[in-house]
Design a protein around this ligand. Structure first.
Ligand SMILES: [Zn+2]
Ligand SMILES: [Zn+2]
Length: 423
């Protein structure tokens, strides 16, 4: 029995926009440095990737999989798109069940071409859920709130998406733009377990594990994962860790092209046309959730704490005032911290600040501020990530909160106004 940090959703290099470094030996090594214990196998239904998985992953004991160096455990996983353009996350018992599932959907999708890591399946979510269930797998909505390819982009509840299979759906993935407080504002969501995953497209630890779920399991495999997700009263989901939703790309309602912010009312009045550049305005997750909320965020008894995280490399970048996160200086310093404290998660959350100071006092100060919660955000929207602003005191933090919130309200009002006059 143990508690495992699990990042159960990412993509292989045969999905579009994914780093070619996204290979099992690199994922295993990097996610271990991050402090993860279990990863998803990603894109299980894509032929070339499946072959890579078979060559690089071994079954260490019954139903438990690891890379050849046994640095990391892996659970069979794939994301698919159904005929309603919704993304679903699927977990499977083993390689054989992935092959059987793929055969059962033969003719409904292109699986093996490049770019088909996340296959587009010409079946309903209900039909796919049935096939997944037939091979002993489990399924739930991926990034349930994003304005593209999600349940709440197209429907008002999770249940209605899956038809007769609705009762078998036990979990949903929150996605980068939502947290537990947001998700539990919608009454129907309070029945589901929430998982937080990185959906990463590169193996570097400021992406991989930027969101993860801490799960209590006897052993790090599919069987125990299924048990943890299905029996919510046993409270096996111990902790959700993720970005602050304001850091998500679709937090606020904003223009897709120039990122100008809008209030929901103005966006509707303007027919979703940006007054600044005539681009189209995308409804933000915050506004979408408020539309469906019963007015408050009520957590069910089994819901664990949600811990906000900022990747250590991003904190170092801010502390050292360096432009890029991939620079030698940031990466070198990151490596120093990880070498000293074993994993990024350890350095970020558990190690004493005095010890961090010995590596670098400026970075230690920012990690301390992060632990104290003095982090505010320039919120994301329209496809643009938000940015953390790490303050040095409670006082400065409160000042920043007021300043940034006021700024956003003014921007929304001015962008909305302009449109009204010009159109
Ligand atoms: Zn997706
Ligand atoms: Zn615009």
């Amino acid at each position: 029995m143990g508690e495992f940090n699990c990042d159960l959703h990412f993509h292989g290099p045969y999905s579009t926009g994914v780093s070619k470094n996204m290979l099992i030996p690199i994922i295993a090594e990097q996610s271990k440095l991050k402090g993860l214990h279990v990863c998803g196998m990603a894109d299980m239904l894509q032929g070339t990737w499946f072959k890579h998985l078979k060559e690089n992953i071994i079954e260490v004991s019954n139903g438990i999989f690891a890379d050849k160096k046994e640095l990391m455990n892996f659970i069979p996983q794939v994301e698919v798109q159904c005929n309603k353009r919704i993304h679903h996350l699927i977990f499977l018992p083993d390689f054989g069940s992935a092959e059987t599932l793929k055969q059962s959907m033969d003719g409904s999708a292109i699986f093996d071409s490049w770019g088909c890591g996340r296959p587009v399946i010409r079946l309903s979510a209900e039909e796919i859920a049935e096939k997944v269930s037939n091979v002993g797998g489990i399924m739930g909505p991926a990034h349930a709130f994003t304005p593209y390819f999600s349940v709440y982009a197209h429907f008002d509840s999770v249940k209605e998406v899956y038809g007769a299979m609705g009762k078998e759906i036990k979990f949903m993935e929150l996605g980068l733009s939502a947290d537990t407080d947001f998700a539990d504002m919608i009454p129907g969501n309070r029945d589901y377990q929430f998982i937080t995953c990185s959906d990463s497209h590169s193996p570097w630890p400021y992406r991989i594990g930027r969101e993860f779920t801490r799960i209590e399991m006897k052993e790090p495999g599919f069987k125990e994962l299924k048990n943890a997700l299905e029996k919510k009263d046993e409270k096996k989901i111990k902790l959700n860790v993720g970005l602050d939703p304001r850091e998500g790309k679709y937090h606020l309602t904003a223009c897709n092209a120039c990122y100008a912010n809008y209030s929901l009312e103005d966006a509707e009045k303007l027919n979703w046309r940006c007054t600044q550049c005539r681009g189209s305005i995308k409804r933000g997750v915050r506004d979408r959730i408020e539309m469906l909320s019963d007015g408050e965020s009520k957590h069910p008894e089994f819901r664990p704490e949600y811990l906000y995280s900022v990747p250590l490399a991003e904190i170092i970048q801010i502390a050292l005032k360096v432009e890029g996160i991939n620079t030698k200086r940031v990466q070198g310093m990151w490596r120093e911290f990880v070498d000293r404290f074993g994993t990024e998660i350890n350095a970020l959350i558990d190690a004493p600040i005095e010890e961090l100071e010995k590596v670098d006092p400026t970075v230690a100060k920012k990690v301390n501020a992060f632990r104290k919660g003095w982090v505010h955000y320039l919120p994301g929207g329209g496809g643009n990530y938000g940015k953390p602003v790490i303050c040095d005191s409670q006082e400065e933090f409160e000042k920043k909160v007021n300043e940034i919130d006021k700024q956003i309200r003014e921007q929304q009002a001015s962008n909305g106004q302009k449109t009204l006059r010009e159109f």
